[in-house]
Design a protein around this ligand. Structure first.
Ligand SMILES: [Zn+2]
Length: 229
């Protein structure tokens, strides 16, 4: 019996097998969806055109890297107004179109990047058998939506963050109460940080570096003591 806990919960799969190929676990599965949504017009279609195998990388398991081969469908779009006649099957969760990894891999790699920067994040990815290049790490982090409009705790830390060490730096903003990253800024200019602070008036306490004492934000002004480059 296939250990279904290996794959993301509630993922629509049937008839799974698992085998060891070299140092990789190969999981074969097929989609159990009987219809899909056209990405161009949003109409549902259950008229299948053909099947194809989609290969995705998943999180490593027991020291093995994991590849999942999913037998998926291509569907006709019967909406006469739609520009797409045939489209590949879409899934509601865990798989983004045109992406070669499950979303939970992207989430983990994004966390590596936020904590370590591009080059170190790529180095750690090799150690955990989820090998990606520094440029892939950067693409992931640039595409990440840090959608937290308000900082609920009002206590933040600001520090430099290396998109590419020795080359490109941005600014990372951490909610120190929730202990999580809430935004990445494209550069480390004081003006950029001040603009961010103007948009987050709920912030009351800012720590410029982890070893700096917390200090109060002054009324009506930006007090980020940013050392810049
Ligand atoms: Zn369509």
């Amino acid at each position: 019996m296939f250990p279904t806990f290996l794959l993301p919960a509630d993922f629509p799969l049937t008839a799974c097998t698992i085998s060891l190929v070299g140092e990789s676990l190969r999981i074969k599965a097929s989609s159990s969806q009987s219809s899909s949504i056209c990405p161009a017009c949003g109409c549902a279609s259950d008229r299948r055109h053909s099947k194809y195998i989609r290969t995705l990388v998943d999180l490593p398991t027991s020291g093995y890297d994991v590849k999942v081969l999913i037998l998926s469908g291509k569907y006709f779009c019967d909406n006469a107004q739609c520009s797409r006649k045939i489209f590949t099957e879409r899934f509601k969760q865990e798989i983004s179109p045109y992406y070669r990894r499950f979303n939970r891999c992207k989430e983990l790699l994004g966390n590596f990047a936020l904590e370590l920067g591009g080059n170190k994040g790529a180095a750690i990815s090799r150690l955990v058998r989820l090998r990606v290049s520094p440029s892939t790490i950067l693409r992931i982090i640039k595409g990440r939506h840090l959608s937290i409009p308000n900082v609920t705790s009002g206590i933040i830390g600001i520090d430099d963050w290396a998109f590419k060490k020795g080359n490109t730096y941005g600014t990372i903003i951490v909610d120190l109460h929730q202990n999580k990253v809430i935004d990445l800024l494209a550069d480390r200019e004081s003006e950029t940080i001040c603009q961010w602070l103007k948009e987050h008036q709920e912030v009351e306490v800012i720590s410029r570096e982890s070893w700096w004492p917390l200090f109060k934000r002054g009324p009506g002004r930006c007090s980020a003591g940013h050392s810049g480059s």
